[in-house]
Design a protein. Structure first.
Length: 149
């Protein structure tokens, strides 16, 4: 498990899906909170493994022992922004190992991306990545990644 780090706070959201954390990155307004909520609802519907919010809007990243860990920031624990409803409270998970980075509004998103676009290096750790074009629904891509081989 992760030591209590003084990691870097980044603008993003994260959801624990089964035992894997999905880190959602992208510019303001790209749909990070929406995808986080979509994943949680998909988990409740059985479309993906059960999913729990780790953090919304800001998360902390820390690399250690070849793993990139993500945790929510304490001041936003259990809060998610739902457009049209404002801040809402949800159960939330503690630190988890990042297994996937979803890059919303990615400039390099393509229908058939080259293998190099499907990996990213964060804090010295190589992680699978899904580049998603602006305005494209990310949930089917993420569900496909999580439920196929």
């Amino acid at each position: 498990m992760m030591a209590q780090p003084q990691g870097a706070s980044v603008h993003g959201s994260a959801v624990l899906v089964g035992e894997r954390a999905v880190l959602i990155c992208g510019p303001s307004g790209a749909g990070k909170s929406r995808l986080a909520l979509d994943l949680i609802l998909a988990g409740r519907a059985g479309q993906v493994p059960p999913a729990t919010l780790i953090g919304d809007d800001r998360v902390v990243l820390e690399a250690g022992d070849g793993v990139l860990w993500v945790r929510g920031v304490p001041e936003l624990a259990g809060l998610i922004e739902i457009r049209g409803l404002g801040l809402r409270r949800l159960p939330h998970a503690g630190p988890a190992a990042v297994a996937l980075v979803v890059d919303l509004a990615a400039a390099d998103a393509e229908r058939l991306p080259p293998p190099s676009a499907l990996r990213t290096n964060m804090n010295g750790i190589e992680i699978p990545r899904i580049p998603v074009a602006a305005g494209y629904c990310a949930l089917p891509l993420v569900a496909g990644f999580l439920t196929t081989s």
